[in-house]
Design a protein around this ligand. Sequence first.
Ligand code: PLP
Length: 389
Amino acid sequence: MSRHYDVAAIRRQFPVTERMLYLDSAHQTPLATSVRDALVRFYQEGNETAGPKAVWLDRVERVRARVANLLGAQPSEIAFTKNTSEGMNIAANALPLAAGDNVLLVEGDHPNNAYAFLNLRRKGVEVRFVPLAGETARAEMFTPHIDARTRAISLSHVTFHAGHRFDIASIGALCTQKGLYFVIDAMQSTGVVPLDARASGASLIGSGCHKGLLVPQGLGILYCRQDLDELQPAYMAMSSLAKPPGDYIARADNMTLKPGAGRFEIGNFNLPDIHALDASLALIESVGVPAIEAHLYDLGDRLIERIDDLGIRLVGPRARAERSPHIYVLDLPAQEWLAYLTSREVRVSPERDGIRVSFGLFNLAEDVDRFVRILAERGSLPARANAAA
Ligand SMILES: Cc1ncc(COP(=O)(O)O)c(C=O)c1O
């Protein structure tokens, strides 16, 4: 049972839950039946009627509006990409950065965010890794590292490796105050933590869709704030242009870019996944992200209480304000526990500092209890866990 929505009804959409204890949604989502059905319908249309493509493209715009609604943005502020890395690379290469400028990142944050910016070192852009102070990243942490040549801050909303929830509101306000661009990797938060693009102060937000947005790998979304006309795409195609040539003959005098995020789209879309996203967003909207977040926080509270009883240390933050609702890393030797948990039909991920448990909207309190029972049934807890007791 949940205080927030009918989880049992949602769970019926995820038949994988009957086969295993799936606690790995921060790695990839299992496929919901309604999302699989949307994919099958798309393939059937292709198979039986070869499109028509115009209908598919109309649906792309409908899904774009749905994504915009999820992020509190305008449809023209949303582009479809391939994944988070593409979003971060689009952002890094679009910012007007010159040799000698610097960008601030968080030490140990996701490498797909970091490499997009580290690649700019070849143009003389400096990347500064700011160490985490305490259990979250807040504006104060960055202030001492900002100088006259600082142009941007880029970070995850939620970290994959320990479930930190960074204080994007204070960092966004700092960026606005100092005139810095603000780039957010929202891969671990979309669909799980409410994210209002405007309120966050973000310039650009990138996310893949294969975790909290519940579709198979290969589709990403990118938010780009409408007024940032100075951002230039590194790649260009007809689809990037405000007025693509009707005769399909390229001319150098017709290269005005689309306003907003559309300038970053190149070529054909991942149409199957966009159809899948239509269905997954319908599922997410039927519950609402705030209710998903609240339910997952409840599961997290329960997990923390139970592992405290077992003497297993939680690696990341404990306070709700500083942690994500769904990612919890247990201080257990990863490889040995992974083998045991796999043998008990439990799916989790090995992480830098232990075993990562991550919840999806279909997980129940009973899943937490079952997981903790399985942990306890192993008998001897390893030295690291005993040391924390
Ligand atoms: C914070 C974060 N960023 C990015 C990624 C992955 O990047 P991509 O979508 O490019 O595969 C992940 C995990 O897969 C992640 O946790």
